[in-house]
Design a protein around this ligand. Structure first.
Ligand SMILES: NC(=O)c1ccc[n+]([C@@H]2O[C@H](COP(=O)([O-])OP(=O)(O)OC[C@H]3O[C@@H](n4cnc5c(N)ncnc54)[C@H](OP(=O)(O)O)[C@@H]3O)[C@@H](O)[C@H]2O)c1
Length: 312
């Protein structure tokens, strides 16, 4: 099969098309013919320096990156799915799974039937980003109706799911984005959009119960802590928060590390089916162009998601 294989840490050029064996599947696994693969910031971080995956990647190179998969089951060693089922999954994360390929071996208990209304491209955009939003706001923060929630990077992959989940739960949602994304976010139901390029978020926003800090750690000081009410919760998507830092602001913090969860993904799929959550695709690339997809995402101004498609 064809796959874009990462040869070493480095720029997009370390991803090269190769012919490699179709993966073997073990008990409880599916062989999925990949139709589309979602791209996430961890993909370009893993490729360039490894980030939190450095140690495991060093041992597995050459390796096939990518964790978000939408495709068709072509072999099944599980009672959960039949050949021909259309599934989507966040597979094995943070272990290597190999979405940038024509086929991938996927644990059946991490896969979910795709919502019937979705294309493969749309379905591949969902798992990692939407599960991050769900595990942050619903699982960790136990978001409640009427709470005031600040979502940073709201126009991005995680953010655009987070604002819709927060609105579904009945929260009052304040979102940060550049001015050109204001209309987009209002169309998703956001109550207030703050243009972080022109406004001082820490001075403008107050009395927040939950902040989704989908930004670099050094922005906590200016853009997140000052916004929280006493006892409020900061959800950090990028690394741990020292306890003394949270105490200084009389607030709480939790670090999020997304993991596969088929039950949660099925719930998200139901919300998509019901029209409560919509998927925005910024653009799609072919498998050969996955390095370009990394470069675009690394520019940090994607609206919604980027996916790679794999033709028959
Ligand atoms: N811990 C975990 O499990 C986990 C899981 C997923 C993601 N993450 C991390 O969470 C972050 C967001 O992920 P993502 O997939 O949503 O990324 P993304 O799609 O690349 O986010 C792009 C968005 O970020 C916005 N943005 C850039 N700088 C901003 C700033 N200073 N203030 C507000 N918005 C800003 C941009 O909005 P404009 O174009 O309007 O400027 C753009 O829409 C990444 O750093 C990622 O590594 C962590």
């Amino acid at each position: 099969m064809k796959a874009m294989v990462m040869q070493a840490f480095g720029g997009p050029e370390v991803l090269q098309m190769e012919d490699v064996p179709v993966p073997e599947i073990g008990a409880g696994e599916l062989l999925v013919e990949v139709k589309a693969a979602g791209i996430n910031p961890i993909d370009y971080v893993a490729r360039s320096v490894g980030g939190p995956l450095r140690d495991s990647l060093e041992k597995s190179l050459p390796a096939i990156l990518g964790w978000d998969i939408a495709g068709t089951v072509s072999k099944s060693n599980s009672d959960l799915f039949q050949i021909g089922d259309k599934v989507f999954t966040l597979s094995r994360f943070p272990q290597i799974t190999g979405a940038y390929a024509e086929f991938a071996a996927v644990p059946a208990d991490q896969a979910v039937l795709m919502p019937a209304s979705l294309s493969f491209e749309e379905a591949a955009a969902v798992p990692l980003a939407a599960l991050t939003a769900w595990q942050s706001l619903v699982e960790t923060a136990d978001i409640q109706a009427g709470q005031r929630v600040l979502i940073h990077a709201a126009a991005g992959g995680v953010g655009h799911f987070a604002v819709q989940i927060a609105k579904y739960k009945g929260a009052y949602v304040i979102a940060t984005a550049s001015a050109h994304n204001a209309e987009f976010l209002e169309s998703l139901g956001v109550d207030e959009v703050i243009d972080y390029t022109a406004q001082d978020v820490g001075a403008e926003v107050s009395d927040i119960d939950i902040v989704l800090h989908a930004l670099l750690p050094d922005l906590r000081e200016s853009a997140s802590w000052p916004c929280l009410k006493p006892g409020g919760l900061l959800l950090s998507l990028l690394g741990p928060v020292p306890a003394e830092e949270a105490a200084k602001y009389n607030a709480r913090a939790a670090q999020i590390g997304v993991r596969p969860d088929a039950a949660q993904l099925a719930e998200i799929g139901k919300l998509i089916e019901d029209g409560v959550v919509k998927i925005t695709l910024d653009c799609t690339y072919s498998l050969e162009q996955v390095g370009e997809a990394h470069t675009q995402l690394a520019g940090r101004h994607t609206r919604g998601k980027i996916v790679v498609t794999i033709p028959e």
